[in-house]
Design a binder for this molecule. Structure first.
Ligand code: GLN
Length: 202
């Protein structure tokens, strides 16, 4: 599998940015809107956007159950921000009817950084990614409050992050990765390259 086929859930959110990042990172990328399109992909990205809206659209487009089934069968997945929220097994501060995929054993708090810091940027160390620190862009981002034993913490807010210092903002469980931040908007392709390697089974 030299150039795997990676889908981007294309119901809402920053789909275009992820398609471009995946194409730059050695994958062929395709938008996914219909259940049958899930069958042909080797991996899936769930973009940033609004998790409760995406949750509704997953049900309207009849994608929720087929996607859960593919994830249970081991489909590699990567979620940024709203995508991280959807991949969680438990969400705090969401709507009572919001659905989620439960692909990572973690508790995620929506809009965790608070209204006064809607958006901010920070330089992070990211486990397994060498070189310069990673510029992380947070936009009404969640953080992770609990991880299960099988979940690896990949990044935390650095000491300079004030009240949020030490909060978990990137995780991996098996072939599923999630970040609170948006590497797709910075031009730094290292998270997408890591994910494409996971999809390839490297
Ligand atoms: N940039 C984002 O994806 C924001 C996520 C959004 N706050 C949500 O709850 O879904």
């Amino acid at each position: 599998m030299t150039r795997p086929l990676v889908g981007v859930l294309a119901l809402q959110g920053d789909v275009r940015e992820h398609l471009a990042a995946l194409n730059d990172s050695g994958a062929d990328a395709v938008g996914i809107r219909r259940p049958e399109e899930l069958e042909k992909i080797d991996g899936l990205v769930i973009p940033g956007g609004e998790s409760t809206t995406m949750s509704k659209l997953l049900q309207i487009f009849e994608l929720l159950e087929p996607l859960k089934a593919r994830l249970r069968d081991g489909l590699p997945a990567y979620g940024s921000c709203a995508g991280m929220i959807l991949l969680a097994s438990e969400i705090l501060d969401t709507r009572p009817d919001a659905q989620h995929l439960g692909a990572i054993d973690m508790t995620v708090r929506r809009n965790a950084f608070g209204r006064q810091v809607d958006s901010f940027e920070s330089d992070l160390e990211f486990e397994g990614i060498v070189g310069d620190p990673m510029r992380a862009v947070f936009i009404r981002a969640p953080w992770v409050e609990r991880v299960g034993d099988d979940v690896q913490v990949l990044a935390r807010v650095p000491e300079s992050g004030g009240a949020a210092a030490g909060r978990i903002v990137a995780v991996r469980q098996g072939a599923v990765v999630a970040t609170s931040f948006h590497p797709e908007v910075t031009g730094d392709r290292r998270v997408h390259e890591l994910f494409v390697d996971i999809v390839r089974g490297v």
